[in-house]
Design a protein around this ligand. Structure first.
Ligand SMILES: Cc1cc2nc3c(=O)[nH]c(=O)nc-3n(C[C@H](O)[C@H](O)[C@H](O)COP(=O)(O)OP(=O)(O)OC[C@H]3O[C@@H](n4cnc5c(N)ncnc54)[C@H](O)[C@@H]3O)c2cc1C
Ligand SMILES: NC(=O)c1ccc[n+]([C@@H]2O[C@H](COP(=O)([O-])OP(=O)(O)OC[C@H]3O[C@@H](n4cnc5c(N)ncnc54)[C@H](OP(=O)(O)O)[C@@H]3O)[C@@H](O)[C@H]2O)c1
Length: 637
């Protein structure tokens, strides 16, 4: 119990010589933080406002299929045993993977669900972080996954929950379609089943929560970079809505049937826009997709030989220096487009060939490559264009009465609804609550300032993880670096491994000044590399460069030269197979070379065409750099 005006504080106890950590959020990032830190014997408590683990994947649209394959998405220390046949998990399958991970490492016992962290302050006397949590009473709208029960629950209970869940969802959608999504979201009451125990519970947004405050040594913020929708105010939207048009953000989109026989305008062509465009095009009377600048660089989920495309997200490709990146992309794209045109590549039919060809055309016409543009790792909107007559407008628009969207080139599209797939923004309300406004943290900086200064822009954090004010690493953020091509969960795993070693005192962070100047330098590099995209998507990074950078901090970079001579098969898989995190378990702290070797023995490599092109560029770059042209120096090769 602390004195002064504070309410009762429960100090969380640690084992002798160990520390306590509060993890906010039990999504893919929070889980890996918990696993890494509990493995070192520290005490961890996690709070999540949801009813189960898995974050975004518990509430995304019904037919969500990941865009990163199971190989690329998996953590390095928990295998689904299917490395030889990677696939794209559905949200449900990925939730099962996470459930297996949480069960294997005993993480459930550290998590309190339906617990919203309301504020995070720092006690000036003890230096502890005070976390105020509201228990119960919070609201998550129903989704299929809410009714999925954990593996410990009997089959009969699972069946009952599934039936009950389906009925609840139908009821919810029926009401949402007629009463408006936003309205129903805040008032809908439903029964659900506790994911772990199978007990029946009630979710009622009007139920009052109880509050408690706990004191920890450190806080890990894992609240998700796709938690807060970014919904722009469209010019003319009032007139549009007054004439009967509806505007929905993609976070509220669940299934296409709601738009049956309607005319729909999709805004934005990232992965949400692309997937959703294709789904809605199946039901709607007509669909158009609007891109104000360039769409994400499109890579289909699967190659024409039916294998997952991210087998080519490999070290050979991304070791190429940035100056050659667009050329690598251009030549690969040209080769693939040509193969698609002349019927090679085993595309299964003419429409698949047409889609692949169109992808080549669209990417080449906007001059992007995977080196300089955020990824749209699904072909959805292209399929919708080629096979379902969806229109692409590369133009800005204004909304008007008569449910019209008028584009800058004068063309018009009448739309019953606008589905804004305009992405997300970072937000940390727990650093803005009233009780944190007057807190003194360090050198005149208040907690409330932390959010403005560091939180909202992860590039201000050291390595996009650590708040530079604390050399102890006691305030850290996970999951806020988004690889342009690559997956967020394994990136968060690398962040967690680095953090755990800092938290444990094995690795020391540099001084505040060095952390701040390094963050500024890194920011300038990412902004140079990704230009405009790096400013809108503030966490955007290159998967390989970023993970290598983290690995270097704690000594886990794969020893490529040594592997070439001693374990050439593993070297080959690392260079030409998918960029998985097993390469960082070969050496260094908490290496697991046996598991890594087992996985590499099964893991396939990318296709011959792309591998040959990227290898040719890489050898050329290496030769030029050896001849003294330093701008061609490959990355870690
Ligand atoms: C439709 C969709 C599909 C995606 N597919 C892919 C993919 O294929 N590959 C990929 O790499 N990425 C994908 N992503 C990105 C995805 O966001 C990340 O992979 C993943 O969710 C990151 O996990 P996280 O734990 O950082 O965040 P989240 O999954 O968002 O989890 C954050 C958790 O924090 C909790 N929380 C937030 N605030 C509080 C609070 N105040 N108190 C308590 N709890 C709180 C939330 O309830 C949530 O459980 C996808 C995103 C979307 C929207
Ligand atoms: N199936 C999947 O695996 C899947 C599905 C969905 C999402 N995701 C993941 O979730 C994250 C978010 O993806 P996302 O597609 O929702 O967002 P996103 O990738 O950030 O893309 C947002 C899109 O909206 C456009 N946009 C933003 N603001 C706009 C405005 N004011 N007016 C017009 N257009 C605007 C952007 O255009 P500009 O480029 O011009 O700014 C961009 O095309 C990503 O990490 C993605 O990988 C994965």
């Amino acid at each position: 119990m602390f004195g002064g005006s504070r309410s009762e504080v429960e100090v969380v106890e640690a084992a002798p010589g160990k520390k306590t950590l509060c993890v906010i959020g039990a999504g893919a990032s929070g889980l890996t933080v918990m696993k890494e830190v509990t493995a070192l014997g520290h005490t961890v408590q996690c709070f999540d406002e949801n009813v189960r683990i898995g974050g975004v994947y518990t509430k995304s649209y019904d037919r969500t299929m990941l865009t990163t394959s199971s190989l690329l998405t998996a953590y390095s220390d928990y295998s689904d045993g299917r490395e030889d046949s990677p696939k794209f998990w559905s949200d449900e399958e990925y939730l099962n993977y996470l459930d297996g991970f949480a069960t294997e490492f005993g993480l459930y016992e550290h998590i309190e669900f339906r617990s919203t962290v309301k504020s995070v302050t720092k006690c000036p006397t003890t230096g502890k972080w005070l976390v105020k949590v509201a228990l119960g009473g919070c609201y998550v709208w129903p989704h299929r996954s809410t009714f999925l029960l954990g593996r410990g629950v009997p089959e009969s209970a699972r069946e009952e929950a599934a039936t009950k869940g389906a009925a609840t969802l139908d009821d919810f959608y029926g009401k949402a379609a007629t009463q408006g999504f936003e309205k129903i979201k805040g008032s809908y009451v439903y029964d659900y089943y506790d994911h772990v125990t199978g007990e029946k519970r009630r979710m009622d947004p009007s139920e009052r929560a109880t509050a408690k405050t706990l004191a920890f040594d450190a806080v890990a913020v894992c609240t998700g970079t796709n938690t807060w929708a970014s919904l722009p105010e469209f010019e003319g939207q009032d007139e549009y809505v007054a004439s009967g048009g509806e505007i929905v953000h993609s976070e509220n989109y669940k299934k296409p049937e709601v738009f049956k026989d309607k005319r729909i305008l999709i805004v934005g062509a990232g992965e949400s826009g692309s997937d959703i465009c294709n789904e809605i095009a199946e039901e709607a009377a007509k669909v158009a997709i609007a891109v104000r600048g360039k769409h994400g660089h499109i890579i289909p989920r699967k190659q024409s030989d039916g294998r997952v495309t991210d087998l080519n997200t490999n070290r050979c490709r991304y070791s190429n220096p940035y100056v050659l990146g667009d050329w690598v992309g251009y030549v690969t794209q040209l080769a693939k487009k040509t193969v698609a045109k002349y019927g090679g590549g085993r595309a299964k039919d003419a429409s698949e060939r047409a889609v692949l060809q169109k992808i080549g055309e669209l990417n080449m016409s906007q001059g992007t490559s995977a080196f300089s543009k955020f990824g749209c790792k699904n072909e959805g909107f292209v399929t919708a264009m080629v096979t379902k007559g969806a229109e692409l407008h590369r133009d800005t628009f204004v909304l008007k009465g008569g449910k019209k969207a008028v584009f800058a080139d004068g063309s018009e599209f009448v739309a019953d609804a606008v589905v804004a797939c305009t992405g997300y923004k970072n937000s940390f309300p727990m650093f803005e609550a009233d009780d944190v406004k007057h807190d003194q943290v360090s050198d005149g900086v208040r907690v409330a300032d932390l959010n403005k200064r560091y939180g909202q822009n992860p590039r201000k954090l050291y390595k996009q993880i650590f708040c530079p004010l604390f050399q102890t690493g006691e305030l850290a953020f996970f999951g806020f670096a988004r690889p342009a091509f690559g997956a967020i969960p394994p990136t968060a795993e690398m962040q967690s491994r680095f953090f755990a070693l800092v938290f444990d005192g094995v690795v020391t962070l540099p001084s505040r000044e060095v952390m701040e100047t390094t963050a500024a330098k890194d920011q300038a590099n990412w902004e140079y590399r990704f230009g405009y995209d790096a400013k809108r998507v503030k966490g955007l990074v290159d998967f390989q460069l970023y993970c290598d950078d983290l690995a270097e901090q704690f000594g886990a970079l794969p020893p490529l030269r040594r592997l070439f001579f001693t374990k050439p098969k593993i070297w080959w898989k690392i260079m030409f197979g998918p960029f998985t995190m097993h390469q960082y378990r070969l050496v260094g702290p908490y290496a697991n070379p046996e598991l890594a070797a087992r996985v590499y023995s099964k893991q396939p490599v990318g296709d011959l065409l792309e591998s040959s092109i990227t290898a040719t560029f890489l050898i050329m770059a290496k030769t030029l750099s050896l001849l003294g042209f330093k701008q061609f120096t490959p990355n870690n090769f």
